[in-house]
Design a protein around this ligand. Structure first.
Ligand code: TV1
Ligand code: CA
Ligand code: ZN
Length: 382
């Protein structure tokens, strides 16, 4: 098959399940699906839909599709539980067992929400397998913490694992890249034993930062040994340092692993000024990672993820949509019904970085990681 050119315009498919932005995790909860509505409004406001090959309102995932990864009992629970029945004594134990507490509350329409975001990632995966698109985008996906039998870290079903399983039916090797500030633990775990999926997460790693996993020398097990990469970083990393480590690690990984497809999780909580994150990336810097991956010209599934300062999340994913279609958009935001969200920057796409977190990373600490990764990748060649 033809290698997609890094220069010509790729065929881009965009998946936005209608209504996915209307779900509510709860009043004080930092995860706001409304950011998806804002993103879609900016994408349309800029007229990017005219640059995109096809805009899809994909069908929800079926129960059977969810059970291609998730436990039957867990999916059954997600289907049955409601904000009303969760308080019944018989339900309480079960809810605890599936970890649907605090970070992962039971909210109205939870099961439909899960089927929508997972359905969109699966639709993108199928389109890539069919060879009828070069890039598939689902900003509602990327919920990387969900486990086979339990919710974790705002994630209930793991759309990424489901999409990669679908892609493995057609593509021999899939590379998973995760630039959310949190470790992509659910995806790593699902493919820890296989050499057909290489997982690579960049994240904040300290003793206490969620989920607590993702150290440099976690390697994978059995056939999966050496097919797991982690890039543990500290607070305040800036565009320059992030780019240096990201490009070096991903270049080396693509060379060693030769992926037949790539899945890129674009969590926007690695941006500066995120409500939960502590990195200092600009939207341009975050987007440069996306562009770098695009330029390999390998079939690409692009997903959302975290991101808690929602005006910046929607700016970021809109900018990245423009990068992926190869169409430059002006810094002046288009006028939408959501104008009040963007007043802070006088309605600019690229707000200046404010409230800097001190950079705890050093050239030496990054070089140590870079060398560590190179050493691990050497095992792939032989
Ligand atoms: C309800 C209301 C839940 C307010 C959760 C921040 C809240 C958090 C809340 C919160 C919050 C976390 C933990 C502690 C583990 C817990 C989408 C022992 C102001 C992909 C998930 C982070 C990140 C979970 C998800 C983390 C993603 N941080 N206010 N919860 N317990 N959980 O630390 O990777 O971005 O914070
Ligand atoms: Ca990550
Ligand atoms: Zn995150």
């Amino acid at each position: 098959t033809e290698r997609i050119s890094a220069h010509s315009r790729p065929i881009v498919s965009y998946y936005f399940p209608k209504g996915v932005g209307a779900y509510h995790y709860g009043e004080r909860h930092p995860m706001k699906p409304h950011r998806l509505t804002l993103t879609n409004a900016l994408v349309l406001g800029y007229g990017l839909d005219k640059q995109i090959h096809t805009m899809y309102d994909p069908r929800p995932a079926t129960r059977e599709e969810l059970e291609n990864y998730h436990d039957h009992d867990y999916v059954e629970f997600l289907k049955r539980v409601t904000p009303q029945n969760q308080h019944q004594a018989s339900m309480k134990q079960i809810i605890d067992g599936f970890n649907c507490v605090e970070d992962c509350p039971i909210f109205s329409g939870l099961y439909d929400f899960c089927k929508q975001y997972a359905g969109a990632s699966l639709a993108g995966a199928r389109k890539l397998c069919a060879g009828s698109t070069d890039i598939a985008i689902n900003w509602s996906g990327g919920l990387h913490h969900a486990k086979r039998g339990e919710a974790s870290g705002f994630c209930y079903v793991n759309d990424i694992v489901l999409a990669i399983l679908e892609m493995l039916r057609y593509f021999p090797r899939v590379l998973y890249i995760d630039i959310d500030i949190h470790h992509g633990d659910g995806v790593e775990l699902a493919f820890y034993h296989t050499n057909r999926v290489m997982t690579c997460s960049f994240h904040k790693y300290t003793g206490d930062f969620f989920p607590g996993t993702g150290k440099l020398d976690d390697n994978g097990i059995g056939a999966g040994k050496h097919f797991c990469l982690n890039v543990p970083l500290l607070d305040g990393i800036d565009d320059d340092m992030y780019q240096t480590i990201f490009k070096s690690v991903i270049e080396d990984t693509v060379t060693a692993f030769r992926p037949s497809a790539i899945v890129l999780q674009c969590g926007a909580d690695s941006l500066g000024c995120d409500r939960l994150g502590a990195f200092n990336l600009s939207i341009a810097g975050h987007g440069e990672c996306v562009d770098f991956v695009r330029r390999f010209g390998v079939p690409l599934l692009v997903l959302g993820g975290g991101g808690y300062t929602i005006k910046n999340v929607s700016r970021c994913w809109t900018y990245e949509t423009s990068v992926l279609v190869g169409h430059t958009v002006p810094n002046e935001l288009p006028s939408t019904v959501y104008d009040s969200f963007f007043e802070d920057s006088l309605w600019k796409l690229h707000p200046p970085l404010t409230g800097k977190v001190e950079n705890q990373n050093s050239p030496a600490s990054l070089q140590r990681i870079q060398i560590g990764i190179k050493t691990k990748l050497r095992y792939l060649q032989g």
